[in-house]
Design a binder for this molecule. Structure first.
Ligand code: 5GP
Length: 213
């Protein structure tokens, strides 16, 4: 139980970005499993599902027309074109969660992180995950047997572009060891939850305490 569990707080938006292959998805899954107060934002995408991906869990898979309609109707908090596909964050679940003091985890790229920061500056905490080396990144990309060679090459180029945005993030974790990276991520989340500005029940709590002193 956290020290602030009795104090009402506003939820935060924890954004994880990294080049694909840096271990971000694994870290995100572990965090969601370990912590009941944070849940994953499920993006909509025009990309086709990869083997093993489940509609509504990994992504909500939509066609171009549906995606465009959602963007035009302001149903997306942010959206971006990544590789050849569009990806976006549905607005309603995020707003509902933070209003209830529940945190939301985002696996989105630098374009999404920028847009979210512009719109919800005080709620966003940005974490960039770096691979330990270029070689390890390439190895992890190649291990994804489902991607053909030219896709791997392209993803390496995209990785270089994504990595160039690291200074726009509040925290950077070099993912050399999953256990240590998880410790870092958990520490960030714990500290950010304790920020005074998020504890909107704090004034009442202290007033009540003072009245009894
Ligand atoms: P993948 O196709 O490998 O699942 O994802 C490709 C990239 O799109 C990743 O960098 C991922 O973080 C990013 N991405 C996934 N969902 C969203 C989203 O809703 N918004 C933005 N801006 N990027 C996303």
């Amino acid at each position: 139980m956290s020290e602030t569990s009795t104090i009402e707080r506003r939820g935060l938006l924890l954004v994880l970005s990294s080049p694909s292959g840096a271990g971000k998805t694994t870290l995100a899954r572990r965090l969601i499993e370990a912590d009941a107060d944070i849940s994953m934002s499920v993006s909509v995408t025009t990309r086709k599902a990869r083997p093993g991906e489940v509609d509504g869990r990994d992504y909500t898979f939509v066609d171009e027309a549906t995606f465009r309609r959602m963007a035009e109707n302001n149903q997306l908090l942010e959206w971006a074109r990544v590789f050849d596909n569009c990806y976006g964050t549905p607005r309603a679940p995020v707003e509902a969660a933070i209003g209830k003091g529940h945190d939301v985890l985002f696996d989105i790229d630098w374009q999404g992180a920028q847009q979210l920061s512009e719109k919800m500056k005080h709620d966003v905490v940005r974490v960039f995950i770096l691979p330990p080396s270029a070689a390890s990144l390439e190895e992890r990309l190649r291990a994804r047997a489902q991607d053909p060679d030219e896709v791997v090459r392209r993803r390496m180029d995209e990785a270089a572009a994504e990595i160039s945005h690291w200074p726009e993030y509040d925290y950077v974790i070099v993912n050399t060891d999953l256990t240590r990276s998880m410790e870092g991520l958990t520490a960030i989340l714990t500290a950010e939850r304790l920020r005074r500005e998020r504890l909107n029940g704090l004034t009442a709590f202290v007033r009540d305490m003072q009245s009894q002193l």
